[in-house]
Ligand binder design. Structure first.
Ligand SMILES: Nc1nc2c(ncn2[C@@H]2O[C@H](COP(=O)(O)OP(=O)(O)O)[C@@H](O)[C@H]2O)c(=O)[nH]1
Ligand SMILES: Nc1ncnc2c1ncn2[C@@H]1O[C@H](COP(=O)(O)OP(=O)(O)O)[C@@H](O)[C@H]1O
Length: 211
């Protein structure tokens, strides 16, 4: 009884639970999270990761990623500034403590777009997020979407498809994710993710409307 009261009290003090969005490259993570950020202004905040990959046309430094060199990233990791970091398709990616803290400071639901290595690392922290994985309806649809996106070279595309196969298998591991959302029709997938997050969304809206 008391334990339950205290655990609820402290989890409320800790602010809203973050959300991990994972899943194969091309599954639709960025598309879904951008919709959430747009439709729920003042509710969600994006954890801006660091990466050594080059920016794509239209991507902004500090908004989509912090674009850094390998040397800069490694030095920052060595200084203990990252919650987690991983190598994906030959590039380094990582979540800095500062990126998550910046979102927490605003009392927003922090969205982390991270790969499976990141998911495993976050499991060893006290972030306590909701773990969501986005899957494509099939590998052939995934390939088509990645090709149509026109952001990858043939080599990078193949690396992403290889990683996707592994990713889809590992995601079946019991307990790794709270929810699997198949992104076939975008609107349907968006409705599903909102359903999963509605409790946290309403919590933040309630706090914001009373402050
Ligand atoms: N572990 C980890 N993975 C990340 C991070 N940021 C992005 N990723 C993952 O890196 C992979 C490649 O991301 P990106 O180059 O933006 O390609 P995209 O997913 O195809 O748009 C995706 O699986 C992301 O979820 C991070 O900070 N940590
Ligand atoms: N349900 C969908 N139907 C058709 N195309 C989609 C759908 N969801 C996403 N896309 C498109 O597929 C591509 C990959 O989506 P993206 O959000 O970049 O994936 P991720 O962030 O997981 O790599 C993008 O060009 C996006 O516009």
């Amino acid at each position: 009884m008391y334990m339950r009261f205290f655990s609820r009290f402290f989890s409320a003090m800790a602010g809203p639970r973050p959300v991990v969005l994972s899943g194969p490259s091309g599954a639709g993570k960025s598309t879904l999270l951008k919709k959430l950020l747009q439709d729920y202004d003042g509710v969600f905040g994006f954890s801006v990761s660091h990466t050594t990959r080059n920016p794509r046309p239209g991507e902004l430094n500090g908004k989509d990623y912090h674009y850094v060199t390998r040397e800069e990233m490694q030095a920052s990791i060595d200084r203990g500034e990252f919650i987690e970091s991983a190598v994906f398709s030959g590039n380094m990616y990582g979540t800095s403590k500062a990126s998550v803290q910046a979102v927490k400071d605003q009392n927003l639901i922090c969205i982390l777009d991270i790969d499976l290595q990141g998911v495993r690392a976050v499991k060893n922290t006290d972030l306590n997020p909701i773990y969501v994985t986005i899957h494509p309806p099939s590998m052939s649809v995934l390939e088509k979407r990645l090709r149509d996106r026109k952001t990858e070279s043939e080599e990078s595309l193949q690396k992403r498809l290889d990683a996707a196969k592994v990713d889809m298998e590992i995601s079946k591991e019991p307990g790794l994710f709270d929810v699997v959302i198949v992104n076939d029709d975008l609107e349907d997938a968006y409705v599903k993710i909102k359903e999963v997050l509605i409790e946290e969304i309403e919590k933040v809206q309630k706090i914001n409307s009373s402050s």
